[in-house]
Design a protein around this ligand. Structure first.
Ligand code: NAD
Length: 293
């Protein structure tokens, strides 16, 4: 059995998986691979599947499966698994880091000091305590973020068409009304037809003036041009973003020239600890697959 590790995983994983078969990271051997491990870089499209005649199992290290043609994989009898439980803490901590860095001007404070500029009067901070956070998508990551926000004394609202009640947040069924209650909005829904450009100029118009938004979900869940406009006008006070229309983004995206933003290169899941957890789950999936053969 050939196991192709197609994207970046824990350095120790090839050795660990060696007991289940031959392990390679040589993409030229894709056609021989029975098991392929991917993260977000490899796109398992119809063409990719057609070029992988021996493929039986795809393991997506991480959560989002929007880079896998799951319908075609199923038609071809290929099992697709993610490692959904591994990444929640890693992504929630990055979302929270962005949420606390924006109103505290952490990056601008550091940059002005390095420029030998004393910006004490310009850098007016605000606190999270007592503010309202709206979590869009109350799944694993949204719930982990909600717990962190509550620890900081925030009021937490949630919107999720499939979650009616949770201890983690006060659920709201009318998202447009909930947008008007929030001082902070954090996005944790998957990319689906219903969530594509979920944040657009119509929904931004329903938000409070001076709202902060963080997106560690999927880039295409916002309309970048509408977001950039709202940042320029000051309607949105700050935007923390880890996810893009593509990895890397088109470098002329209007977001990169918009004010009051903090950006990251899709590193939500990239903690050392998470890479270890992903490896453990991937091994379990391969062990179960091999035992059932
Ligand atoms: P999850 O499946 O546990 O939670 C997603 C939630 O979104 C679910 O509760 C679902 O009901 C909800 N949802 C579905 N449609 C919705 C809609 N129209 N409006 C609001 N909510 C909706 O997944 P998770 O582990 O919490 O991950 C959430 C997302 O985070 C993933 O789909 C992925 O896109 C993203 N993610 C990003 C990174 C990163 O590196 N930045 C890493 C992992 C995951």
């Amino acid at each position: 059995m050939l196991i192709l590790i197609s994207d970046a995983f824990d350095d120790k994983l090839p050795k660990t998986l060696g007991k289940y078969g031959e392990v390679t990271d040589d993409h030229a051997r894709q056609a021989e691979a029975e098991v392929i491990l991917i993260r977000s870089k490899t796109k398992v499209t119809k063409e990719y599947i057609d070029a992988s005649p021996k493929l039986k199992l795809v393991i997506r290290g991480g959560v989002g499966l929007d880079n896998v043609d799951q319908v075609y994989a199923r038609e071809k009898g290929i099992a697709v698994h993610n490692t959904a439980d591994a990444s929640s803490v890693a992504v929630a901590e990055l979302a929270f880091a962005l949420m606390i860095a924006l109103p505290n001007h952490i990056v601008r404070a550091d940059a002005t000091m390095r420029e030998k500029t004393w910006a004490k009067k310009e850098l007016k901070r605000t606190e999270l305590l007592g503010k309202t956070l709206l979590v869009l998508g109350m799944g694993r990551i949204g719930s982990a973020l909600a717990a962190r926000a509550k620890a900081f004394g925030m009021k937490v609202l949630g919107y999720d068409p499939y979650v009616y009640f949770t201890d983690a947040a006060e659920m709201r069924s009318d998202v447009d009304a909930a947008l008007g209650e929030a001082d902070y909005i954090s996005m944790h829904m998957p990319l689906l037809p219903a969530t594509k450009e979920f944040i657009n100029k119509d929904r931004i118009a329903k938000m409070k003036d001076g709202v902060f938004i963080v997106n560690t979900g999927r880039g295409k869940c916002i309309n970048e041009a509408d977001m950039a406009e709202a940042l320029k006008s000051g309607k949105i006070a700050g935007f923390g973003n880890d996810v893009w229309y593509s990895d890397p983004p088109e470098w002329d995206t209007p977001l990169l020239s918009a004010p009051n933003c903090l950006f990251a290169p899709h590193i939500g899941a990239s903690t050392k600890e998470n890479m270890g957890r992903i490896g453990v789950i991937a091994e379990q999936i391969i062990a179960t697959y091999k035992a059932a053969k």
